[in-house]
Design a protein around this ligand. Structure first.
Ligand code: PNS
Length: 166
């Protein structure tokens, strides 16, 4: 009998990707046969980077991970999970506050696609304070955000967030 590939999607805004995201992707890549990093293209939310730019950055940061790909999507993650034949959705939890919102998200997604499990991974303690918002705030006030983002993306992120152009 042919063994089914175990696919998970890892949805998020990734505006921009952080080392916390990367750690979760690497851990997901060990647990699943394929990880599809799904970048939300949300027209109503102002992002510093376009969905295409975020996808390109993730592809670059994941180039050493053969079972990871990045795509952009619009609409519901539950629909994307079905489209991709994913068995799971991956999300990271840094705190109780995250846990509460992730629980709500997981319950809604289970209602929409009961066959897709939500897998929550606890963020490593050293990444507990890292977020895309923290990167943007540090950049805005002239702080060093480089330890928070993948090294291969630091310059590109700096160009956009600090210099205001590429
Ligand atoms: O990185 P973020 O901003 O915390 O990611 C949030 C994301 C993209 C996972 C969430 O907003 C999402 O799933 N949006 C798509 C719409 C959807 O499926 N909502 C949940 C059911 S109402």
């Amino acid at each position: 009998m042919m063994k089914m590939e175990r696919i998970c999607i890892y949805p998020g805004s990734f505006d921009p990707p952080t080392v916390g995201h990367m750690d979760l992707i690497r851990r997901g890549a060990k647990l699943f046969d394929r990880v599809v990093v799904a970048v939300l293209h949300n027209v109503s939310k102002h992002c510093a980077f376009t969905a295409q730019e975020r996808v390109e950055m993730l592809r670059k940061a994941c180039c050493d991970l053969p079972n990871v790909e990045a795509v952009s999507f619009e609409g519901l993650t539950a629909d994307l999970a079905r489209q991709m034949h994913a068995c799971a959705m991956l999300r990271g939890v840094r705190s109780i506050k995250d846990y509460e919102s992730e629980m709500t998200l997981a319950q809604l997604n289970t209602m929409l696609a009961p066959e897709v499990e939500t897998v929550l991974l606890l963020t490593r303690p050293e990444h507990g304070c890292i977020s895309s918002s923290a990167v943007k705030e540090l950049a805005h006030f002239g702080g060093d955000f480089s330890p928070l983002v993948p090294a291969c993306l630091a310059e590109r992120i700096k160009q956009r967030l600090v210099c205001g152009h590429d």
